[in-house]
Design a protein around this ligand. Structure first.
Ligand SMILES: [Zn+2]
Length: 147
């Protein structure tokens, strides 16, 4: 329930992401328990300063859960980050290029399944279509008109 299968928008690799973005009731209860425990250990009693420790534990759990969710969104194969892509697509393109170059140099990547990168295939098709169109244009210019 906390993890969900998704496909990378760039390389179509299947992976799991965390769906939980913020801390819930169980995290609050655990933080409260830890604050009481800390208060009993440090002050030997339930002290009002326990609330400061409780706030610290709540912030820590929120930061941890949010960072875990955010890091799970980034593809481990190609480095594509969908949230950053909405804000700055060029930065994501550079990061993906770096990740793919790093992957090329890594000998372990030869054992992994090949990535389905859409841009290379698209560029080849565009070139083939434009070349074919140019050839057909020149042929139509130099071929004798059919009667
Ligand atoms: Zn990917």
């Amino acid at each position: 329930m906390m993890r969900q299968d998704v496909y990378c928008a760039f390389c179509s690799t299947k992976r799991k992401i965390y769906t939980k973005k913020h801390s819930g009731l169980i995290n609050i209860v655990i933080s409260l328990f830890m604050a009481i425990l800390t208060s009993l250990i440090v002050y030997q009693d339930l002290d009002i300063r326990m609330s400061i420790v409780l706030g610290f534990y709540l912030a820590l759990s929120e930061i941890f859960i949010h960072l875990r969710w955010r890091m799970s969104l980034i593809c481990h194969e190609c480095g594509f980050d969908p949230i950053l892509y909405n804000k700055n697509p060029e930065l994501v393109a550079n990061k993906v290029k770096l990740q793919l170059e790093k992957r090329k140099l890594d000998p372990n990547s030869y054992l992994k399944p090949k990535l389905k990168i859409p841009i290379k295939i698209l560029d080849k098709n565009i070139n083939k279509v434009t070349i074919k169109k140019n050839i057909s244009d020149t042929q139509s210019l130099f071929s004798p008109p059919s009667a």
